[in-house]
Design a protein around this ligand. Structure first.
Ligand SMILES: NC(=O)c1ccc[n+]([C@@H]2O[C@H](COP(=O)([O-])OP(=O)(O)OC[C@H]3O[C@@H](n4cnc5c(N)ncnc54)[C@H](O)[C@@H]3O)[C@@H](O)[C@H]2O)c1
Length: 371
């Protein structure tokens, strides 16, 4: 029986998704697709670590398993892929997926260099597939509420912006020696760069000045390991932003954003796990979020629901869903944030401010992007 005939008339066929990379983030995305995103099906998993892929497929009761991403890309039953492999593979996987006509959700960063990312995004543009990058903070309830306020002009003209990431830790970083160079900019602060760009919509980042060190693992400083960083950013509209990160907050996972402007201030960031507080003879206390998948469980789900809806709309020739604010992070967002991370690396190397390359002409406006 043909696949399509298994669905009654009027019920759209589910979006069939192939997962590429079944590690920490890929496994969580697979779980979201299988259990929490209506209208999407986890159809296949590719990972050279087949045991990992098989275990995940078993736990979710579904999916073909293969060691090769190419098998998923060649599978005519797959509509779209989620790329959650290590970052060094992202650009080439995006390009291959686009060439195979698969819609792409790619974890951040979408690439590690502008040249490779531009080639991948050119393939996306040429094929016309939908592309989304994993800047999940946009989908967090408080960040989205802040964005709506900013779009309504609540803060007026932005003057100062702030975004911070403090990853949870116990005062030391497991496997720190194996963390790829410049991870703090390319994989951590890249989230903050996107938040700042999104909050300061319409402005371009023009210059960064990054200061970074190994303060959690000072023994690894000589090997170039960095676990703490502060970046100042100048924007084309004159606004000045600060982004900061540390890899080991003992109290949990701490993510915040703020815009201060001519009319006021808007803040986002949830310091406590729930709204509950304990008041005892010792004072007041509350639980804090410990993991990204706790703090952003809903945001990770909603970003994939947005992706699945966009893929379904493209596939079935429906109008794209609309939002009252710019939401879906796409090609130019992926490129803008990467350009900032790469400029930070130059800034640290030279101990001086570094220019952020202007958007490539071809990435100023991608087909289907709102901004
Ligand atoms: N958005 C977020 O908040 C967030 C959080 C964590 C990680 N991430 C991103 O997700 C990506 C993966 O990170 P992770 O922590 O899950 O890493 P991980 O090491 O836990 O998982 C990576 C997986 O990819 C597999 N893999 C390696 N090469 C592959 C290839 N060529 N094709 C397919 N699979 C391959 C590995 O075997 C492994 O199972 C990174 O880009 C990271 O920055 C995003």
């Amino acid at each position: 029986m043909a696949y399509i005939t298994q669905h009654s008339a009027g019920v759209p066929a589910p979006v069939r998704i192939g997962l590429i990379g079944s590690g920490w983030m890929g496994a969580f995305h697979a779980d979201s697709i299988a259990r929490r995103v209506p209208g999407a099906v986890l159809a296949a998993i590719a990972d050279p670590n087949v045991e990992s892929a098989e275990a995940l497929a078993r736990s979710l009761g579904a999916a073909k398993v293969t060691p090769n991403a190419e098998d998923i890309l060649a599978d005519p039953e797959i509509d779209a892929v989620i790329i959650a492999s290590p970052a060094r593979f992202h650009s080439s996987l995006i390009a291959q997926a686009a060439a195979a006509g698969k819609h792409v959700f790619c974890e951040k960063p979408a690439g590690q260099g502008l040249e490779e990312l531009d080639a991948a995004l050119a393939a996306v543009q040429a094929s016309g597939v939908h592309f989304q990058v994993g800047f999940n903070r946009r989908y967090a309830e408080d960040f989205l509420a802040a964005k709506k306020d900013l779009s309504a002009g609540v803060a007026g003209t932005p003057q100062l912006l702030r975004s911070l990431t403090r990853d949870p830790g116990n005062g030391s970083i497991p496997n720190a020696a194996r963390v790829p160079a410049w991870t703090i900019f390319l994989e951590t602060l890249i989230h903050d760069f996107d938040t700042l760009n999104w909050f300061n919509e319409g402005a371009e980042p023009v210059e960064v000045y990054a200061v970074a060190d190994a303060l959690v693992e000072p023994g690894l400083r000589d090997q170039g390991f960095l676990d703490t960083a502060v970046v100042t950013i100048r924007y084309s509209n004159g606004a000045i932003a600060v982004a900061e990160a540390n890899f080991s907050a003992l109290y949990g996972y701490d993510i915040r954003g703020e815009v201060f402007g001519s009319k006021g201030m808007v803040q986002a960031g949830r310091a406590t796990e729930t709204a509950a507080r304990r008041f005892t003879s010792e004072g007041m206390s509350a639980d804090t979020p410990r993991l990204n998948v706790e703090l952003f469980r809903q945001a990770y789900t909603d970003e994939l629901a947005d992706f699945a809806a966009a893929v379904r709309a493209r596939r079935d020739g429906l109008p794209p869903s609309s939002s009252d604010v710019t939401l879906t992070p796409g090609a130019s967002d992926a490129r803008r944030a990467l350009a900032m991370a790469l400029a930070c690396i130059e800034s640290v190397k030279h101990g001086a401010p570094a220019p952020v390359p202007a958007p490539a002409a071809s990435t100023v406006a991608y087909a289907g992007e709102k901004s």
